[in-house]
Design a protein around this ligand. Structure first.
Ligand code: PMP
Length: 293
């Protein structure tokens, strides 16, 4: 991934993709002092860019560091990265981290870096898998107690258990894994939030120890716009047997139907399909006239 053509925005300037490097003694690499975003551009516009930028700044604040650029500068840098890469439909990855001046747990004076890369990332899951629903394993790791980890931060360190869980799932032939939380409630997938349908109503876990995803919030809004009931609540594992539909959602995953979670079976149907289509319509850039209506 590091040997592509193109440019990456790096601390205020564009550098060649191949030269966008960090030192091996970077604090972010040793101690996980790194936060990131995942954004998608559709038709040349980054969907909910300011919400992502605000979350990036907030993620860093939670980890105790301040990104040395304003939200306006970061937004402009994201847009310029997209245009310099000649991309219209793409994925963007801003990442911020503590640098390499000091080594040790404490690194108060290390430079805070920010980089932004963009590339084409058509579908997180294979299209054919997506339509019939993907299969999820049940992860061994649980989402940690907010007292144990900074769960509101999109911090690189929190992805350690996600990568372990997703690799374990893939080794068993699953596309991804569903994680329970520290209390044993249903939480989310390794990089996306989760939704269920029963008797025409939607149920989704309360995001009190994992990200309240920007896609999740969008999907809830779209569902309510359709007059659908959305219940945000704690969901027990036993309930998985009672749901008819299931889908996951996130910036990369968009709305992806789920057909299996371990021993439980789901049938992607009307509500999942409706929200999949509504989401794809919602992310398209709005013509100025329509937006003003
Ligand atoms: N949970 C996790 C663990 C994620 O990595 C993501 C993707 N950022 C989400 C949920 C969904 O967040 P969003 O919709 O803001 O992309």
């Amino acid at each position: 991934f590091d040997s592509r053509d193109g440019v990456i925005w790096y601390d205020g300037e564009f550098v060649d993709w191949k030269d966008a490097k960090v030192h091996v003694l970077t604090h972010g690499l040793h101690y996980g002092s790194s936060v990131f975003e995942g954004e998608r551009a559709y038709g040349g516009e980054i969907f909910k860019l300011r919400a992502h930028t605000d979350r990036l700044i907030e993620s860093a604040r939670i980890l105790g560091f301040k990104i040395p650029y304003s939200a306006d500068v970061i937004d402009a840098a994201c847009r310029e990265t997209l245009s310099r890469m000649n991309l219209v439909d793409a994925y963007l990855r801003p990442v911020a981290w503590r640098g390499s001046e000091m080594m040790g747990v404490s690194a108060q004076n290390n430079t805070i870096h920010l980089a932004i890369a963009a590339w084409e990332w058509p579908s997180y899951f294979k299209p054919e898998e997506r339509l019939k629903g993907i299969r999820l394993d049940i992860a061994e790791y649980h989402r940690p107690d907010p007292k144990t980890a900074p769960s509101k931060s999109k911090a690189a360190g929190l992805y350690m258990i996600c990568t372990i869980s997703k690799h374990a799932a893939e080794a068993k032939g699953y596309a991804d894994a569903m994680m329970y939380d520290y209390r044993g409630y249903v939480a989310e997938a390794t990089g996306a939030n989760i939704f269920f349908v029963r008797d025409g109503e939607i149920h989704t876990p309360t995001p009190d120890c994992f990200l309240n995803g920007i896609t999740r919030q969008t999907v809830i809004e779209l569902a309510r716009r359709r007059g659908l009931v959305v219940n945000e609540r704690h969901i027990l594992p036993d309930e998985l047997a009672t749901f008819s539909e299931c889908f996951i959602c996130g910036t990369a995953a968009e709305v992806t139907p789920v057909s299996e979670i371990g021993p439980y079976r789901f049938q992607p149907a009307t509500i999942t399909e409706t929200l999949m289509n509504d989401y794809m319509a919602e992310v398209q850039p709005k013509p100025a006239a329509a937006a003003a209506e």
